[in-house]
Design a protein around this ligand. Structure first.
Ligand code: UD1
Length: 337
């Protein structure tokens, strides 16, 4: 079975590609490398000892995509490609709508044209907006607080309409909580460009001395220690959920949505303490104002994925921090050698 992986050079897509190869799937990766590096593709080949086709193609290039769909016989698509920075999406909304939505539309058109019926889509817990309560269930009401989140929400709706119009289409929408960690080998990991927006890459850059101190955004949330609580999930657990979703689509029609989280929330200070333990250093931090648009507490109810996919996250917070740190130490400048 050959799987088309869009965004396969990026953080989650690259780990998913490894997991697919190790589970016996053939893989074709398309990525425009707008926010990733070709070196990650080389690393995947080196780590798995398996070769696969990589096409540096933009999903908006429908002709190039058409050629790729003609060349291979795909059994399914895993769709990771997309812009993902919240702050940037507020500054450049049109670019986010154009890239994320038009890219997905083109991809779906090619799936229809070439009779590819199964899709696993990379969504986000951001679609719950300010959740009514925690833990968050898939049936909760959806909203978005920024253009990035709105692209995820709109794509989810587009996919539901697509499945309604075409009963042979099978789609798994996976809502990620906070993916962190890295491949345990230290060969693959998250490689943000510039100053990181997300907590873990920021902390590892502080620990390695690239940033002077962590700014903790808000110490007055209604949580145990006042700092924000999130459901951090190891990227290796996350990508295992994708394989389970693919297996699920073999047997089930229509669209199904799953939370991929651990079900446990940790505060920013708990994360800092865990990094202190793992690195043997004291991460310097300062508590500052809340970041606009942030919510206090967000964690999943992952029961649906457990019941229907037979999947649950297994790795501990310590493993997540250890693997994030291992990646940072082995690759201080990311994939740029
Ligand atoms: C963010 C996005 C979310 C996206 C996800 C993808 C926002 C508002 N939300 O989630 O839509 O799906 O990334 O990875 O950006 N924190 C600090 N200092 C920092 C960075 C973060 O204190 O320098 C805190 C945040 O306030 C939050 C926690 O750490 O409580 C996690 O933040 P982050 O890693 O940015 O993820 P989210 O905001 O949950």
């Amino acid at each position: 079975m050959t799987i088309l992986v869009t965004g396969g050079a990026g953080f989650i897509g690259s780990h998913a590609t490894v997991e697919l190869l190790e589970n016996g799937y053939k893989v074709v990766v398309v990525d425009n490398l707008s926010n990733s590096q070709k070196a990650s593709i080389d690393r995947i080949k080196e780590m798995t000892g398996k070769d696969f086709a990589f096409h540096q193609v933009d999903l908006l290039d429908s002709q190039a995509l058409d050629d790729i769909f003609s060349k291979y016989d795909f059994s399914a698509v895993m769709h990771f490609a997309g812009y993902k920075a919240v702050g940037q999406s507020v500054e450049m909304p049109l670019s986010y709508y154009h890239n994320n939505i038009s890219g997905t539309l083109t991809l779906c058109e090619m799936m229809l044209k070439h009779n590819v019926q199964k899709l696993v889509f990379s969504s986000s817990a951001t679609v719950y907006g300010l959740p009514e309560r925690v833990p968050i269930e898939e049936s909760f009401s959806l909203s978005a607080t920024n253009p990035y989140g709105r692209t995820k929400l709109m794509i989810e709706e587009i996919l539901r309409d697509l499945a309604l119009s075409n009963p042979s289409i099978r789609i798994a929408i996976l809502r990620y909580f906070n993916p962190i960690g890295a491949h345990p080998s230290g060969k693959l990991g998250e490689d943000p460009r510039g100053i990181p927006n997300n907590l873990i890459p920021y902390i590892t850059q502080v620990a390695i001395g690239k940033q002077p101190e962590l700014k903790i955004f808000g110490g007055d949330y209604e949580t145990n220690d006042g700092t924000g609580v999130r459901d951090y999930i190891h990227v290796m657990d996350l990508v295992k959920g994708h394989i389970k979703a693919l297996e699920y689509l073999e047997k089930h029609e229509g669209v199904e949505t799953f939370n991929l989280g651990t079900g446990t929330g940790y505060s920013v200070l708990e994360i800092v303490n865990s990094f202190n333990d793992v690195t043997g250093k004291q991460i310097p931090y300062q508590i500052t104002d809340r970041r606009p648009g942030d919510i206090g507490v967000c964690y999943a109810n992952p029961e649906k994925a457990k019941k229907l996919l037979g999947w649950q996250a297994e790795k501990s917070l310590k493993e997540m921090c250890r693997d994030s740190w291992n990646w940072q130490v082995q690759n201080p400048d990311g994939f740029t050698q």
